[in-house]
Design a protein around this ligand. Sequence first.
Ligand SMILES: [Zn+2]
Length: 507
Amino acid sequence: MHRRIIAPGALTAAVLLLAIPASAASYAPGAPGIGDPYYPAYGNGGYDVSHYDLRLKYQPATDELEGTATLVARTTQDLSRFNLDFLLDVDEVRVGGAKASFRTSGEHELEVTPKTPLAKGTPVTVVVRYRGVPSSKQAYGFTSWHRTPDGGVAANEPEAAAWWFPSNDHPLDKATYDVSVLVPDGTQAISNGTLQSTSSRLGWTRWNWRSDKPQATYLATLAVGKFDITTGTTESGIPVLNAYSKDLGANAGSARASLERTGEVADFLAGYFGPYPYNALGGYVPNTTTGYALETQTRPYYSPRQFANGSNVSVVVHELAHQWYGDVVSLKRWEDIWIHEGFARYAQWLWSEHEGEGTAQELADYVYASHPADDSFWTVKPGDPGPDNQFDIAVYDRGALAVQALRNEIGDEAFFAILKGWPQKHAYGNASVADFQRYAEEVSGKPLAALFDTWLFQPSKPATSAARTASVATSGGPVTQPKSWKKIAATNGAHGHAERGTGGREH
Ligand SMILES: [Zn+2]
């Protein structure tokens, strides 16, 4: 018995040794990008990560981050070398336990050459030891690491990971995460998922977080600082953990009055989108000076500025809606951003209706009426806006108007079946606008190519006739501004996630 178990393994090893020289020509470097036309260098080719284990130490006084990232992956082609996306300073890389050689290239590439080439389909463990000051690193002229008076925060879209861990930085490669961070006693480290444990020793406290469902790299977050933490449970039984910087000043009350409604909002959204897809909920408000919010998985990031005019439940609705539309089902390419933002904005319209501050139909009518045909608003195609307009207001407002047009075309029964069915159909995976159209056609039994083309893919205002067909008001006269309009507009800074380039685009 013993011999029979050993023999096939030995035989396989011998065959492999013989096979490598013969097929050496097939071993090639993995692509430096995963193939996204908007961001050609984002992500990488040749492997797929299933788990990130990040064991870090962070010193708030100096912004020094050091640690070890262990990536559990599998090759998808014969690889002579492969890339990671990363900006900090690397001390050592090991692949399958053996030291690998490495060098940096491009804006954020770390090229890793393993000691021996990797055959397609091989499970591989990559260990990267690193250190650095994240706020000192830039790619494309900006940083996604927000330094705060008491620490730092990684939160941005489409990119934030490279400032704190090496990864295959594109939503197509989702993975589970264990994030363990050592910080000085009295300081907190906040991340995604559930807080598994904390432990203190010699003046340092370790925070152990686990995100146990597939998560895109840009949805992984880390915030270190001095936070007040609240915990609770939703009506439906999901544990909620919120964290507020102790340094929010006059925004402290309004931030709590908003985020403490996270459970209520999640239950409201579950009524439309189906069961909440994760085992943890919450949000955090660090003392950053940015204006936006971001749907970091299970625990969105909110800038304090979102609460400068009082409570803002609408932004909580938006970011939590993304947990279904964006997080559990993520885009395939960044051009598919409408399946995130069109629906997160539409959720705000549904909340407005729930609050008696204007129906989704009234909000849609207002978007159509308030932008004349020559407004550049209509030149942005929500179905393929281009990288420069990815977070343009039109992706949100015109995007949600398109959702209402779809609803009117296929009727409430089919529409709400689609809203609820979509997150389950592609749960924990990726999908495109085309996939959504196909699914909507399948559920409604109606051809929808013309509707999608008119409302999402034309660089012009849909004609009055098209609007009439889609039951969007075309009176031509002034349309009353719904009561919720200004409140929703005030969250616009929330959805323009990225501050790309030195100009700093905030919406
Ligand atoms: Zn959004």
